[in-house]
Structure formats: structure tokens, C-alpha cells
Design a protein around this ligand. Structure first.
Ligand code: ADP
Length: 163
């Protein structure tokens, strides 16, 4: 059975991520969505909150598992016995960074392959950063993220305004 890891920050998960998750879950036997627990990136949502939102929005996908990780992706892949990394490719700007990452990971773990899924056209502009910016200014992000995530974003931004 092909086991793959889809790693990322997912701060928060968007319809773009969900599209990659759904499409990959059809390609592989088991998909582990690896949530990077890296505070250096100063995430808006804690790792626990990001995991919870991902679990909520993937609960209808039986072969998808959500797991936290820190440290090197190659070590996490070994630990989970996954041979494939999945990444989404949006515009050309993603390409250089992704190429570097996949080549580095292949050097560190030669048995590990990276598969890229190109973004569905309707989500090609979408990023967690943009979604957070819109939410911070009180804009409606309902067309970019699932309802559960929209609510969490609203609560988080309201709490911030009160600070
Ligand atoms: P990272 O901080 O590792 O880039 P992200 O959560 O931003 O983590 O993204 C995780 C993965 O999802 C990356 O491969 C990224 O290219 C992909 N991705 C992000 N947004 C989209 C989108 N709108 N459509 C398809 N893939 C996306």
C-alpha cells in the first residue's frame, strides 16, 4: 500500500489544501497530513488548533490521518514508513523553493520521492497568508476556507482585537 505524507503549516487549512488532500487520497492507500509544529514561523493558530481544524474538515476521508511533526521531514517520513511526499504547486513562484526542498529531501533520504500536484485553477491564487490578511481586516473568507475554519478565524481575530 502506498503511504504518503502531505506536509505543511496549514495555518489555517484552506480549500486549496483540501483540494490537494482529496485528490491525493484518491491516488494513495494512506495519506498522512503532516502538520509542522514550528513556532519559529509564528503561526496564528497553535499546532493543536491546526490539527483539530484539519481533522474536522477531513472526517469524511477514511484513509486520511492528521499528525503533528517537528524536525526533519525525512525523519518523520521514516518514522511513519511513508515513501512519498506530496506537495501542491501553485504559481511559478512556488517552483524554485519546492524544487530545492524536494532535491534536498531526496539527498537526505534517497528512497523518498516527492510528487507534485498542480493546483486546481480556482484555488491557484489562494494562500493561508492571504486568508489571514482578509480575516484580520474583517473581510469574508467564506469562499476560501470551510465553515469550521471561518468561525475559528473570526474568533481568533476578535480575540486579537480585544487584546
Ligand atoms: P508551507 O508553510 O510548508 O508552505 P503551507 O500550509 O503554506 O505550508 O502549504 C502546504 C502545501 O500546500 C504546499 O505544498 C503548498 O504549495 C500547498 N498549497 C498551499 N496553498 C495551496 C493551494 N491554494 N492550492 C494547492 N496547493 C496549495
Amino acid at each position: 500500500m502506498l503511504k504518503a505524507i502531505y506536509p505543511g503549516s496549514f495555518d489555517p487549512v484552506t480549500y486549496g489544501h483540501l483540494d490537494v488532500i482529496r485528490r491525493s487520497a484518491k491516488l494513495v492507500g494512506h495519506l498522512i497530513v503532516g502538520v509542522l509544529n514550528n513556532n519559529a514561523k509564528m503561526p496564528l493558530f497553535s499546532a493543536k488548533e491546526r490539527v483539530k481544524m484539519l481533522k474536522d474538515v477531513t472526517k469524511d476521508l477514511p484513509n486520511v490521518e492528521i499528525a503533528l511533526f517537528d524536525g526533519l521531514l525525512v525523519d518523520f517520513a521514516k518514522e511513519m514508513e511513508a515513501g512519498v511526499i506530496i506537495r501542491g504547486l501553485r504559481a511559478i513562484t512556488d517552483f524554485e523553493y519546492e524544487l530545492q526542498m524536494s532535491q534536498t529531501n531526496h539527498k537526505l533520504g534517497p528512497e523518498l520521492e516527492t510528487i507534485f500536484l498542480t493546483t486546481s485553477i480556482e484555488y491557484s491564487y489562494l494562500s493561508s497568508t492571504t486568508v489571514k490578511e482578509i480575516a484580520a481586516f474583517g473581510g469574508d473568507v467564506g469562499q476560501f476556507v470551510p465553515e469550521e475554519v471561518r468561525k475559528e478565524l473570526e474568533q481568533k481575530m476578535n480575540a486579537r482585537r480585544r487584546m
